[in-house]
Write a protein that binds this ligand. Structure first.
Ligand code: SF4
Length: 454
């Protein structure tokens, strides 16, 4: 009775799978009846709980693993049927994952209204060599040109020599030249369309996979950006998302809203690392009634060098002016646009006579820039200062889920191609993670009881 396989059985049995959008799985051999989606779903959840994710391995296990034989009532679908089920039911699988989160919500598992958001890059089937960015295309063209020049100059030097050159040598060079010309044609074809591709990248094996770090020429994962929102009390994943976006800076509001919807908590506090700090996102989250805790990246080294930084200038709201470290006022003087944001600039005309100028600026005067919604950011900074333990809590919360899922995946990449299918894989990982977590927290029997009475 304490076997986790019983949780899988009980959970799937109480779902209305057709209402969730599942279709029956059609077996490869014609004439055989279609598999009920519950059989296929049980097989997949069991597989992901037990680190068996590939359809071929699942086919094998369905024939020899006693727990699976019991769970599937001796049915054993072939690997193609198994693989197609995951592909054909992407949205429905995500809904099942949500159903489990709803069960956790009914069981009051998310009572603390504190959620940590985090992102991680997961490798796609696409090899790094088969992913092209604009810079990489140019590097490839340069490398091919260099090789072409080398072989052509070898041919030239043969022509200049009096002695006869062995046929085999010239044949080899011509073969290499043909191959390089073919490669150049391929790269040129990619160059012609790369500007139109999303993120200005082309992946040849999985067209949706993206190089997630474009700074270093040959580093970084080619894959997907996986986001999770994790509750800080029990470390359950309340929401997840898979995207082709390379950074986390535009993810805060999106993940916060998903977390609020999943938990049903009205007052939500969301913790995230500095990679999520973007002024517009902080404001958008606050506007939604959610309280973010996100540290700001330190961009100035002034303080380290004994100089005044932005924090030394105090905004006087009543006068719409700043007070500087020399106690002088900096009135508002200009309004500019910066990347779509309205920014105001403040400065004093008395900097030239200031005794502290050497610690403040090397320019004619020190100018302070403020976003038109600067108050939202100042309130946020104050909140961060008053709650110094939030980032420690964030770290403790998010490390567990990604660490567990990545250890289940091992060194492997996603098994499927395209965003839709990869999302369905991730939903299975998240469902398996949450199920295992709930089994660890409350045990098999109480969990089955909760499932049956939900
Ligand atoms: S240099 Fe200007 S802004 Fe800086 S402390 Fe002196 S008066 Fe204030």
């Amino acid at each position: 009775m304490e076997n986790p396989v019983r949780v899988v059985d009980a959970f799937v049995d109480q779902l209305n799978l057709f209402e969730l959008g599942f279709e029956s799985a059609q077996p490869k051999l014609t004439g055989r009846p279609a598999y009920h989606p519950s059989t296929m779903l049980k097989l997949y959840i069991y597989g992901y709980l037990n680190k068996v994710q590939s359809s071929r391995k699942l086919e094998r296990e369905a024939n020899r693993n006693l727990e699976l034989i019991w769970l599937l009532e001796r049915l054993a679908p072939d690997f193609k049927t198994i693989s197609n089920f995951r592909k054909d039911n992407s949205a429905a699988i995500k809904s099942v994952c949500r159903q489990f989160v709803m069960l956790c919500k009914q069981m009051n598992m998310f009572a603390e209204s504190l959620i940590a958001v985090d992102g991680s890059r997961f490798s796609a089937v696409n090899n790094r060599d088969r992913n092209y960015t604009k810079a990489k295309v140019q590097r490839r063209i340069d490398a091919i040109n260099k090789s072409l020049d080398r072989y052509l100059s070898q041919l030239d030097s043969f022509d200049r020599k009096d002695e006869a050159i062995p046929d085999v040598k010239t044949k080899h060079i011509h073969k290499q030249l043909d191959s390089l010309k073919r490669q150049m044609a391929e790269v040129k074809a990619i160059e012609a369309v790369i500007d139109l591709a999303p993120g200005k990248q082309i992946s040849l094996t999985d067209p949706d996979a993206r190089a997630m770090s474009t700074n270093a020429p040959s580093s970084g994962t080619v894959g997907y950006n996986v986001q999770t929102a994790v509750d800080t009390k029990h470390h359950l994943i309340v929401a997840h998302d898979v995207s082709m976006e390379m950074g986390d800076r535009s993810m805060l509001t999106r993940m916060s809203l998903q977390a609020r919807e999943a938990t049903g908590l009205k007052k939500l506090k969301v913790l995230a690392d500095r990679g999520y700090f973007k002024m517009e996102e902080i404001k958008a989250t606050v506007d939604q009634g959610i309280t973010p805790y996100v540290p700001k990246s330190l961009t100035s080294s002034n303080r380290k060098h004994g100089k005044f930084d932005r924090g030394d200038f105090i905004y006087i709201e009543a006068d719409d002016e700043y007070k500087c470290p020399a106690n002088r006022r900096l009135p508002k003087r200009t309004k500019t646009m910066d990347a779509g944001k309205v920014m105001y600039r403040y400065w004093s005309k008395e900097c030239g006579e200031c005794a502290l100028k050497s610690k403040c600026t090397t320019g004619k005067e020190r100018r302070v820039t403020r976003w038109e919604h600067g108050k939202v950011i100042e309130d946020h900074e104050r909140r961060m200062t008053n709650n110094p333990t939030m980032m420690q809590l964030r770290k403790q919360t998010v490390e567990h889920p990604f660490g567990t899922i990545k250890s289940w995946m091992g060194m492997a990449h996603f098994k499927t191609k395209r965003l839709r299918n990869v999302s369905s894989e991730m939903s299975l990982y998240v469902l398996a993670y949450n199920m295992k977590r709930m089994i660890n927290i409350i045990g098999v029997k109480p969990l089955i009881k909760a499932i049956e009475t939900a």
